[in-house]
Design a protein around this ligand. Sequence first.
Ligand SMILES: C[S@@+](CC[C@H](N)C(=O)[O-])C[C@H]1O[C@@H](n2cnc3c(N)ncnc32)[C@H](O)[C@@H]1O
Length: 277
Amino acid sequence: MLPAADDASPGPALGDAFGLLLLDCLQAGLDPGRFTQIVERSDRLIQLGDPVRYFACEPWSDQEAFALSRANGKVLDVGAGAGRLSLYLQARGLEVVALDVSPLPIEICRRRGAGQVFVGSAEDLAASAPSPFDTFLLAGGNLGLMRDSQSARVFLDALASMAAPGAVVIGSGRDPYQTEDPDHLNYNAANRARGRMAGQVTIRVRHRRWATDWFDLLFTRSRSWKDSSTGQHGSSKRRCRKAPATTWCYGRVNAKRAPSARTRRVESAIIRKRRLR
Ligand SMILES: C[S@@+](CC[C@H](N)C(=O)[O-])C[C@H]1O[C@@H](n2cnc3c(N)ncnc32)[C@H](O)[C@@H]1O
């Protein structure tokens, strides 16, 4: 019998390739090098990584240790993945909600012991008016979840609406300008030519015969993050430590002043939002 037309069509099947990759890793005993994360960018660039890092915990890098030491009170781990940060902070006595838009990562968080989980986006959780959070964790590059200059405002509004007074945002991302790689420089330039911010990347994750939908991540300059209490930029050594590829940022949710440059508006939107009581 011939396969159905859909089955015979070329290209990967649509599905939660990232969640399935995490599940394979977990079921194979978190063996480093056993699986490869394949990220395909819209310019056909393929980037590879070891997915075991999404389970990696102690010893933390200096940047991670610095960031995690700032987490306090009730924590929302946005895009928790396999839950490595949620589980670490939960074990240290913090109240943590692990949130992920995909059910499979949340199922993995549950199996690994996460106490409070939420399947959905930050916007979905905000709509349910939860009790306020003191810390928003956007780890593993999840500052990128701002997606694009329009969606960023909606996303950041959602976080601000769930923020306790003095809440902090701790996140990691990539500074799109910290590169000399011609592929990345060309991608940045092509973005700008299309009227997009340089750091907006369109990617999908592949695993086995599966691929996620294409989705956007928005990466921005780390120095645009400001702390309301000091007016300092996030890139000062005390506030943000830089690794070659990854940038960690730490800032408060309630900054009053908006940065002047247009490209800084988006990344600082989270700290310009109204103070919630
Ligand atoms: C790169 S992983 C990071 C996982 C984790 N934070 C870590 O550091 O190990 C990104 C996670 O964000 C989730 N995600 C993607 N878009 C999301 C959204 N709009 N809201 C919530 N989670 C999202 C994905 O399903 C994935 O589990």
